[in-house]
Design a protein around this ligand. Structure first.
Ligand code: FMN
Length: 276
């Protein structure tokens, strides 16, 4: 496509990167939706319209899947008591209690084990890190398709990595079998119109997009620019002023930045993933 970017797509670009949009950008409803993403943490408790869950999962099922192995499952939790317990387990995240639907996305190698056993075959390949990595990637790709579907219906979502704070308790609460683990959660609901939702800027393409080969040539300058942009956003939102690169550097400085999840390999072993 050639020509001039539409005002709408240029605005979305500028909101995301806070830099001028390229002169020519394609524009359609899907790009519009994707560039408009923002996590929602304030929900109305209203039930979702009939068919919403099923439509979201159909979008997830329609995602590409490594070797068509289809290694994920999802547990849809609507029960308020279970959501309240999950909210606690995920670090007291109130939005899990309020949003009417919580999806626990499961890396599910247990199903492949059952299939192999029914076929009278072994399942040695399930023990390897490569299989876990592949399954985690597939699960994330599927979840993101559901996010896009829900957002297309005017709903809000927020991923919940806090679901990995206490994987064994979550497994027990959701009756997950060995060789399966909840890797990320997702709140889904109608956004509370009274709450303000900002569009969080992202690192510029001069930092994340490498052409033909990886290069750090523009990185320091690009990150310094992003530090200013991200701090402006913090201030606009009434949040604590901070330098993004310092925040993320502190986060990786020590295992303590993993909020207790540094033990995940041992926990995964106990949940039936040898990770050879
Ligand atoms: C895998 C994953 C886990 C996340 N976990 C949490 C979480 O536990 N709680 C939360 O409030 N937000 C969580 N988020 C949302 C991120 O904080 C959010 O996407 C990021 O700050 C960018 O903001 P935006 O989505 O509004 O653009 C998570 C996002 C991802 C992708």
């Amino acid at each position: 496509m050639s020509g001039t970017s539409s005002e709408r797509i240029s605005t979305l670009w500028q909101t995301r990167y806070r830099t001028p949009a390229p002169k020519t950008l394609p524009d359609n409803a899907v790009l519009d939706l994707l560039l408009s993403h923002h996590s929602v943490r304030a929900y109305l408790p209203d039930a979702l319209p009939e068919g919403t869950l099923e439509a979201g999962i159909a979008a997830a099922s329609s995602a590409a899947t490594s070797s068509n192995l289809q290694v994920w499952s999802v547990v849809a939790v609507e029960n308020p008591e279970t959501r309240a317990r999950l909210a606690e387990l995920c670090g007291n995240q109130k939005h899990i209690e309020v949003a009417p639907l919580f999806l626990a996305w499961i890396v599910d190698l247990a199903r492949l084990e059952r299939i192999a056993e029914r076929a009278g075959m072994g399942h040695e390949a399930l023990d390897y890190q490569e299989t876990f990595l592949m399954a985690t990637l597939d699960t994330g790709i599927a979840a993101q398709n559901a996010v896009t579907a829900f957002e297309s219906l005017g709903l809000g979502t927020v991923y919940i990595g806090g679901l990995r704070n206490h994987p064994e308790e979550v497994s027990s609460l959701l009756s997950l079998p060995p060789r399966s683990v909840a890797v990320v959660g997702l709140c889904v609901g109608k956004p509370d119109p009274a709450a303000q939702n900002g569009y969080k800027p992202r690192l510029g393409q001069d930092v994340v997009l490498h052409r033909e080969r990886y290069s750090t040539e523009n990185e320091a300058k690009g990150i310094a620019a992003y530090d200013r942009i991200a701090d402006d956003y913090q201030k606009e939102q009434g949040l604590t002023s901070r330098v993004w690169s310092e925040t993320v550097a502190k986060r990786v400085d020590s295992f303590k930045g993993l909020s207790g999840r540094h033990v995940i390999r041992t926990v995964l072993h106990r949940l039936g993933f040898p990770l050879r």
